[in-house]
Design a protein around this ligand. Structure first.
Ligand SMILES: Cc1ncc(COP(=O)(O)O)c(C=O)c1O
Length: 407
């Protein structure tokens, strides 16, 4: 142990003893953060290139989001939905407007919003489409990640997420992601919805074939099936557009949102849809004690106001090009493939060179925080507020680690 690392080491020991081992964090103990940078307990600074799995699209401590949260903390934070609160309606109006939809059903975490979309899709199938009771099915993409509830992990194909947690909820069919013919074949008269990430985040920033989202939209409309886009990680500016679906000018029936909607301050998630879909939900069908609370609604509204300017989407698109070019330059020098959309990239490192975990450990030693997804794939998702110079510096560090430079 170096004396420089004394506080971090002690804090990690406490974590290891008292925190359940459901994660395998890098040995970095964040104590403070601002913008794209975090500082550990011993004062070392790191560039945050994970951004809370895209929950921190606007960076740490965005001044407008913090000011909104501080103001709301002093007014009212929680009411439950037994009463109206002054923040929820305006937040939902702003979010529905941003998404071009009629209304919003607010929740807290991403998995809850996915569960909400599943319930709404099933209810729509029974009440509107006329599917016989308890016969509805939902088609999902292989390699998906939609959260951690027992229903959701039941249609995951990641053994770590799934094994040991059965029995699982029936009614889901999994088809190869990006395979339109397989999707078409899986849909029948009882299909309520196709639930997919427009880009698979945890899967390794997997981008479907060009035109796939448009074809899914056309197919689901033709077969009278809801298209439910899980934009929890891909949405809200990350890809250089408000939603990843915008990259193909596609509008799903339901957007599922989370992560960045809470501005990195509070958990805020939601589904956004039109009346013909969301009107199937009536009092007593669904809810959450914390969903739509005034603090969450105020922060979520401030997030939507930031996105309504278009500034963050443009920044992500512009800096994203730099990210893409910088990473592509490493192909053939230890990088096998790069998939980038906006400020979001999946980098496949040659497994003969190092694992994704090893790359992340070496980057952390150089002051860059990133996270592997699977095997030797690393996901990069810096806050959209990252400075251009910092992005270049991050690319230099990645280059140095991959090519083995020791400068
Ligand atoms: C696409 C997608 N859906 C759902 C979730 C689950 O969100 P949460 O962890 O807030 O439950 C995640 C989290 O990584 C995600 O990336």
């Amino acid at each position: 142990m170096t004396t420089a690392n004394v506080k971090n080491t002690a804090a990690i020991e406490v974590d290891e003893t008292y925190v359940a081992h459901n994660y395998h964090p890098l040995p970095v103990v964040v104590a403070e953060a601002a913008g794209a940078w975090v500082t550990d307990l011993d004062g070392k600074r790191y560039l945050d290139c994970l951004a809370g799995y895209s929950a921190l699209n606007f960076g740490h401590g965005h001044p407008e989001l913090l000011a909104t949260a501080h103001g709301q903390l002093d007014r009212v934070t929680l009411t439950s939905r037994a009463f109206h609160n002054a923040e929820l309606g305006p937040f939902c109006e702003a979010l529905a407007t941003l998404a071009g939809k009629d209304m919003v059903l607010p929740m807290n975490t991403g998995a809850e919003a996915v569960e909400t979309a599943i319930k709404v899709s099933r209810k729509w199938a029974y009440d509107v489409k006329g599917v016989p009771a308890d016969q509805a099915n939902i088609v999902v993409g292989q390699g998906n990640f939609h959260g951690r509830t027992t229903t959701i992990v039941g249609f995951s194909d990641d053994p770590g997420a799934r094994d040991g947690f059965g029995p699982f909820t029936p009614g889901f069919r999994s088809v190869p992601y990006g395979d339109l013919a397989a999707l078409d074949a899986a849909i029948d008269e009882n299909t309520a919805a196709v639930l997919m990430e427009p880009i698979q985040g945890e899967g390794g920033v997997i981008v479907p074939p060009e035109g796939f989202l448009r074809e899914v939209r056309e197919l689901t409309t033709r077969r009278r099936v809801l298209f439910v886009a899980d934009e929890i990680q891909s949405g809200l500016g990350r890809t250089g557009t408000t939603f990843a679906c915008d990259l193909e000018e596609v509008v799903p029936d339901i957007y599922i949102l989370g992560k960045a909607l809470g501005g990195g301050i509070v958990p805020v998630s939601a589904i956004v849809a039109n009346h013909d879909v969301l009107d199937v939900i009536h009092p007593g069908n669904h809810g959450s004690t914390f969903g739509g609370n005034p603090l969450a609604a105020a922060v979520g509204h401030a997030v939507v106001d930031l996105l309504a300017t278009g500034e963050y989407q443009q920044r992500a698109a512009r800096l994203g090009q730099r990210l893409d070019e910088g990473l592509r330059a490493l192909i053939g020098q230890g990088v096998l493939a790069v998939r980038a959309r906006g400020l979001w990239a999946g980098v496949d490192v040659d497994p003969a060179l190092m694992s994704g975990r090893e790359l992340c450990e070496r980057l952390a030693a150089r002051g860059v925080l990133a996270k592997e997804t699977h095997g030797s794939t690393v996901r990069l998702a810096p806050p959209l507020v990252i400075e251009e110079g910092d992005l270049d510096w991050m690319l230099e560090q990645i280059g140095a680690v991959i090519t083995g430079r020791t400068d």
